[in-house]
Ligand binder design. Sequence first.
Ligand SMILES: Cc1ncc(CO)c(N)n1
Length: 216
Amino acid sequence: MTFTDQLWQEIAPVYEVILSHGFVEELMAGSLPSPTFQYYIQQDALYLADFSRALSQLAARSANPDDMLQFTQFAQNAILVERALHETYFSLYAIEPETTKMPACFAYTNYLLATTSLQSIAVGAAAVLPCFWIYRQVGKYIYQQAIRENPYRAWIDTYAGDAFDQSVTQMLRLTDQFAELASPTERANMQEAFRVSSRLEWYFWNDAYTQNRWLV
Ligand SMILES: Cc1ncc(CO)c(N)n1
């Protein structure tokens, strides 16, 4: 079993509750209320900018040019592909850009930036991995079940598509390479980072579903 297989086994319960979350179920059924999706898209635009910064941080800290190129491409894709998607939805739903990160987005982006800046590159890679991997799995799951006339089709197609699939496979390969070189302590830190980000993925959807705001 690869290191990344082990990572997935450990977060299997988190993945299960993500799949059964109301946000995912209603997105799949096409019945997600548009204010919920708007909130999500606004927060995701803020998230993606920092996700790209976190990937650039890993690129800058890479020891070899192959890894640098990979992380740079991931950072570029986070901006390009996903911005195109957001522009679709921003105009489709007349969504105003948001500037305030709500609690889950705030927690997640700050966690990614701190981890990719201050921890080892291996731990940083493990922290960004759920952003790739969970989205691919959720994307494929939704794609298989979603009704054809789904207002959220463009979102579903992006994450269930081949281009995203290939990035995820590359990211998994990189993480397994880092794990091979890592000490047992560092591998434990990678597991912890993977777990934290996986939980924050759930919180990100949950904040949108509950329209969570700062209470104070
Ligand atoms: C919160 C979140 N996680 C992962 C992705 C996929 O990159 C995304 N767009 N948003």
